[in-house]
Design a protein. Sequence first.
Length: 532
Amino acid sequence: MEKRLKWKISIAVFLLIMAFIYLFPSISKRLPTWWPDFFPKEKIHLGLDLQGGMHLILEVQTPKAVESNLERTIEDLRYDLRKNHIRYRKIERLELTGIRLELFRQEDLSKLSDILGREYPDFYLAHSQGEANALKIDIILKEKARHSIMKMASSQALETIRNRIDQFGVREPDIRPQGENRILIQLPGIKDPKRAISLIGKTARLEFKLVDETHDVREALKGDIPPGRIILYKAIRGEGGIIKKEPFLLYKRTLLTGEYLTDARVQIDPQYGTPYVSLSFDSRGARIFEKITGENIGRRLAIVLDNNVYSAPVIRDKISGGRAQITGNFTMQEAKDLAIVLRAGSLPAPIKILENRTVGPSLGRESIEKGFKSMIIGGAFVLIFMVIYYRISGLIADLALLLNVIFIMSALAFFGATLTLPGIAGIILTIGMAVDANVLIFERIREELRLGKSPRAALDSGYSKAIITILDANVTTFIAALVLFQFGSGPIKGFAVTLSIGIVSSFITAVFLARIIFDYLIIYRRWKRISI
């Protein structure tokens, strides 16, 4: 018996030491310099409601993803029509349903049908209508393909936003889908909400387009835009921070996009000391870029991000190696943010902010103070009651209760869980459950003592009879907590996490640690009577 007790005491001491190691970074203002080399340094993470931050609900404009897909298909189809010598008068998008094509010759219809069957499996020929000088054909996007594009856009937007936030450096962000096309974002402790919104919401579609220098951009601004051209602007920061816009007449066709991008880094121009963004492409992107620059020496190549021209340098020579630069009148912060969104990838569709709430840190501190105050007041009443009603046994239960709270907090640090206001409520509920377990045990011990049993026999019998009831109650509550965690939202999950940890911790402290103290008093201190 004494040997088993020594083993139990050793395990209890080990658990206490481990709890202290994981809890120390959260309670210490400054860690010793040697601490991170040997022990964990992670603190308990506070949720949005405790340390302040941002709460956003975004809506992915999935129809825009379908539009973009159709526009890209039109460009590819133009190339295939020219390649197969199919003459056409007009090609345009039909809202979100498909493409309207006007052919000159009836005999080209069979060629077109072959091309669609071979290269465009997501489309089908709906109907054709012949006129005097043209044959109108509707090429319809299949319904299944349309839904797939919209679903993929939402999933890709979620991952892209997650990557951007990870690179932004927010600790413990909560990012999850809501419905088919909405995203819930919670960013605890964020210091610059405006910058975060700008970073999250930027579409970041990178395109390389040739500048049309054969036509006058001033004429195009008057409305005389040549076919296959668009006008985009470059923002130039002048004196006093005044932004001026310089127009560019560009070819609509995109020669290269950011999908081939592998890296984007901020560099400093050694000549002028200004920041720029250095781009690296994968092997395929490098070959395309080398081909573009080799075929267009002497022409200007515009680098366009979200329909804004950042720079339009003249191609002096063929560029191999898959590297390019985005220069502009950047601040260092602007260059860093641009590199972040480019590394994280472009959003497949624009997003709309449906809800934007900012929780101030002062409100968070107030929540912490009130939460801990309620825990201390409630805990104090329980501690006093236990001592009055169960005397020294109540004091042992109080010690087990304090150890229970320590174990819960250290477990939060160990698992990297986030403590929220509902989480504090879960801890308070756990305190009540831990006391309930002790009450069951103590009442059983009292019954055994009334039957005239010795202290050791009453203790053994009381624990053995009560443990089944305690185990049943804890298992059912633990299952309920797991269900809450699996299917609940953020605040409910925070409650479920602390409740789950608290159930395990309260069982250990009430059944294991408190029993060790009783055994020690009876075996080593020779208790003749249990104060209960």
